[in-house]
Design a binder for this molecule. Structure first.
Ligand code: FAD
Ligand code: NAG
Length: 516
């Protein structure tokens, strides 16, 4: 059999890791990137560029920590701070591409304008890509498989406020926001309850005359180092997944509320933490207490120069409304009925494979939103996809896949309503890892390497956890996990872990007693 050629669309971090996974599996990747650089949205530009969805603002700092954000076999250098400015992240992804020799597989300045099944698709599973290079006619090329890595932040979404047309001030989507001083002396309303809204409101408030933040239903404000260790390290531990969701939610809420008084800040939400978007921000609380930022309800309507909120209050002389209201997920280059447009209509088995194709030769990487870093999830998806392309992993039949798709959709909406935030990282990652045989076996580890078993169950779920076993094992995985845990010591956590352990023990005893 000839080696399969795989088209990777996009050279953001999902694309980069897909190229690497193809190489690891002996497939030949050919990556097409419309822009002139790798690493996608981690490239900062002063202005929004053509076709660009999300973009960074100048002061942007990661909301996920170093040891959780890295790819599984490529840790950050030890001296990197736990959270970092965007430049540092870009540097990391560049050095990832250099280290694994990925550049030779990437064609820059090449836009994929169309992806369609090849003529004998039902037999071969092949795809035709229509490629557009600046100043050249569209070219077609045949591939054995396709990985769509074009990102989630593709099409900015701005709410259609009443009176939008009458408003004479500036309306700006957050992807065009770059820096606070642009709003010196202005009155600004920032709309949104998530990370970007918080960052932008806090930043603008240092320069503006007054900033208002408009939220439909408050938010849950989390601090990067709230419990003394990075947030994602505190949250993403396997042990917590053993607890009932309601117990976990109760504990998390208690911790969050002990760190930040949501009531006093006017941020209180009616939805529980695990069913609401979160705002990771270390400044906004202070900015609110200083009066530089004021909290408001949802916008009712705009008039010529004022904004009216649903609680009846009005702010006059508004210079700008900044909408940090997110993005719609679109795949303009592929037929709607293959993936389905819009985050709500997406039909993908475990958010990766379109269930209705009769050959599993197309995968979508990096569209699932999780409660942790994005990179490691894209990586697992890419490992799974390439194993499937190679024929080492099988997908179930269409019906089984459709059932999963429907259940996922239903759970998602029950949980989040229409403002979906994302799924819990660990169960999702573990499931994908199980498909490829890379899920660590706690009980086996307990017998062979108790220290590691402890780390795997009770400590943060580091990406390297998925390189301990199965295809793609990495001989430094254990060492990487053990090194990372050195940075992670805090009392809240030991306490939390003990509590979780007790609850688990209690549940086990309960079950045992019931059986007897
Ligand atoms: C402001 C902001 C802050 C964030 N902070 C964090 C964080 O701290 N931690 C974290 O884990 N995640 C964070 N994220 C999430 C972020 O989405 C992921 O970290 C990650 O960058 C997504 O990578 P990606 O490759 O999937 O998509 P992208 O980075 O969007 O890359 C997609 C690539 O595909 C290319 N492309 C698109 N269409 C085509 C086409 N038709 N043909 C050819 N090429 C195409 C684009 O040019 C782009 O290079 C943040 C997101 C934003 C917007
Ligand atoms: C970090 O911020 C980005 C942009 O706002 C968001 O898409 C992502 O979900 C955030 N990550 C977490 C863990 O909250």
């Amino acid at each position: 059999m000839t080696t399969k050629r795989v088209a990777v669309i996009g050279a953001g971090i999902s694309g980069l890791v897909s190229v690497k996974c193809c190489n690891d599996e002996g497939l030949i990747p050919v990556c097409f990137e419309q822009g002139d650089e790798i690493a996608g949205l981690w490239n900062y530009h002063d202005e929004l560029r053509d076709g660009e969805g999300a973009a960074l603002y100048e002061s942007m700092i990661t909301n996920t920590s170093r040891d959780m954000t890295c790819f599984s076999d490529f840790p950050f250098p030890k001296e990197t701070s736990p959270f970092m400015r965007h430049e540092r992240v870009l540097e990391y992804y560049r050095s990832y591409a250099d280290s694994f020799g990925l550049h030779q597989f990437i064609a820059l300045n090449t836009k994929v304008v169309k992806v369609e099944p090849a003529q004998h698709y039902r037999k071969t599973g092949q795809w035709i890509l229509h490629l557009k290079k600046e100043g050249q006619p569209v070219k077609q090329e045949l591939f054995d498989a396709v990985m769509c890595c074009t990102g989630v932040c593709t099409t900015p979404y701005t709410p259609d406020f009443d009176g939008l047309g009458d408003f004479k001030g500036l309306i700006l989507h957050s992807n065009k926001f770059r820096r606070g001083p642009d709003f010196r002396g202005k009155i600004v309303v920032v709309v949104g309850a998530s990370n970007s809204a918080g960052d932008i409101a806090a930043e603008i408030s240092r320069f503006a005359k007054q900033v208002y933040i408009s939220m439909r239903d408050g938010t849950w404000l989390l601090q990067r180092m709230g419990s003394g260790a990075p947030l994602d390290m505190t949250r993403n531990r396997r042990i917590y997944e053993q607890l009932p969701e309601s117990v976990m939610n109760m504990i998390s809420q208690k911790i969050v509320l002990s760190q930040v008084n949501h009531d006093k800040l006017g941020l209180k939400s009616n939805r529980p933490l695990h069913r609401h978007v979160v705002m990771i921000n270390d400044d906004i609380a202070n900015r609110i207490f200083c009066g530089a930022v004021k909290c408001k309800t949802a916008i009712k309507q705009l008039t010529r120069n004022s904004v009216e909120f649903v609680d009846g209050t009005v702010v006059d002389d508004v210079d700008a409304v900044v909408c940090a209201t997110g993005y719609n997920l679109t795949f303009p280059y592929i037929d709607n009925d293959i993936i389905a447009d819009g985050a709500r209509n997406i039909e993908l088995y475990f958010r990766v494979f379109p269930p209705r194709l009769n050959k599993p030769t197309l995968a979508v990487i990096g569209t699932v939103r999780v409660s942790g870093p994005a990179g490691p999830v894209s990586e697992l998806q890419a490992r799974w996809a390439t194993r499937v392309f190679k024929g080492e992993c099988k997908l179930p039949d269409e019906e089984t896949m459709m059932t999963e798709v429907k259940t996922r959709k239903r759970n998602f909406f029950e949980k989040f309503g229409k403002h979906g935030v994302g799924v819990s990282s660990i169960p999702y990652q573990d499931q994908i890892a199980e498909f490829i045989g890379a899920k660590p076996n706690f009980w086996k580890l307990l017998l062979t390497d108790p220290k590691l078993a402890y780390a795997v169950m009770f400590e943060p779920c580091y990406p390297a956890t998925y390189r301990l076993t199965g295809p793609g094992v990495w001989d430094k995985a254990r060492e990487t996990i053990m090194n990372a845990r050195e940075c992670d010591r805090s009392r809240t956590q030991s306490y939390l872990q003990l509590m979780s352990l007790l609850v688990v023990l209690f549940c086990v005893c309960f079950v045992v007693v019931q059986r007897v």
